[in-house]
Design a protein around this ligand. Structure first.
Ligand SMILES: C[S@@+](CC[C@H](N)C(=O)[O-])C[C@H]1O[C@@H](n2cnc3c(N)ncnc32)[C@H](O)[C@@H]1O
Length: 250
């Protein structure tokens, strides 16, 4: 076993110990409940655009994008565009390091505010981005996305729009077929299931009605996707517990 493999083996065992530590898990959930009430995830930017993510999940996405090397990413939920710019910058790096060419991302949102559209469209990385305005679960939106897929061969899908069970389940059913073999279908905000319901009084989602309940229903009938458990086990602080699904379909 070489030094790198040995390092990874040690890491596996450390991650296993961490994920079996219920006190540590409780500490994390308590911290996330407190952080959520302070709108923690709204305070970061990537290359000048606000990104509504936890930095931990961004690191996980970097690891996934490096290992999958997608030529197309589809993301539902654009907001201020920070995640589009983040993924576009990683696609740019894949190209400058010579591992892939021409990677693109399609961002779907039913409400792309004019100021956000202008900031995204004038960003230097916009050349890698396609915006589709419409509800992610409308057939016409999916048709527009299908047209833009073109001859892309290695696709990754990220769901981060409206977080009710019904909506996310529809997105899962509509977009899972785009995901390539050994690539990922990522469902953000599954953590809602673990947080205090008081947090979501002004939202149509909450405990029992959220991306995690949708994902669990989806997995009952879709054996081509499996939760990559190690990602959440090592992140601990994540908005996507069990939300990183790996595709085994050829
Ligand atoms: C959590 S934010 C997305 C955050 C973004 N991915 C990021 O990391 O910065 C959710 C977005 O989903 C959009 N949204 C809500 N309902 C939608 C729908 N039916 N179809 C598409 N997008 C929707 C909202 O307009 C909002 O911009």
């Amino acid at each position: 076993m070489d030094e790198y493999q040995q390092f990874k083996e040690e890491g596996k065992s450390e991650i296993g110990n961490m994920s079996n530590d219920s006190d540590f898990r409780k500490l994390t959930i308590d911290w996330m409940n407190a952080a959520n009430s302070k709108k923690y995830s709204y305070h970061f930017e990537w290359l000048g655009r606000p990104i509504i993510q936890y930095p931990q999940d961004m690191i996980a996405m970097q690891e996934i994008i490096w290992s999958v090397k997608p030529d197309l990413i589809i993301e539902t939920g654009v907001a201020r565009g920070g995640s589009l710019i983040f993924y576009a910058s990683l696609l740019e790096l894949l190209e400058t390091t010579g591992v892939s060419v021409g990677g693109r991302i399609i961002g779907i949102d039913n409400d792309i505010r004019a100021h956000n559209r202008t900031a995204i469209e004038t960003h230097p990385l916009f050349r890698r981005i396609d915006l589709v305005e419409g509800s992610s679960v409308d057939a016409t939106t999916k048709d527009q996305v299908s047209e833009k897929v073109g001859d892309a061969k290695n696709l990754l899908v990220i769901l981060d729009s409206f977080h009710t069970h019904e909506h996310v389940l529809m997105e899962l059913e509509m977009y899972h077929s785009f995901v390539s073999h050994n690539s990922y279908l990522i469902v953000f905000d599954t953590v809602i299931e673990f947080l205090s319901d008081d947090m979501f009084q002004d939202r149509p989602w909450g405990v029992g009605n959220n991306p995690m309940t949708a994902l669990n229903e989806f997995l009952e009938t879709n054996g081509d996707f499996e939760i990559d458990k190690e990602i959440y086990e090592k992140l601990q602080i994540s908005v996507a517990p069990n939300g990183y699904l790996k595709c085994s379909r050829n």
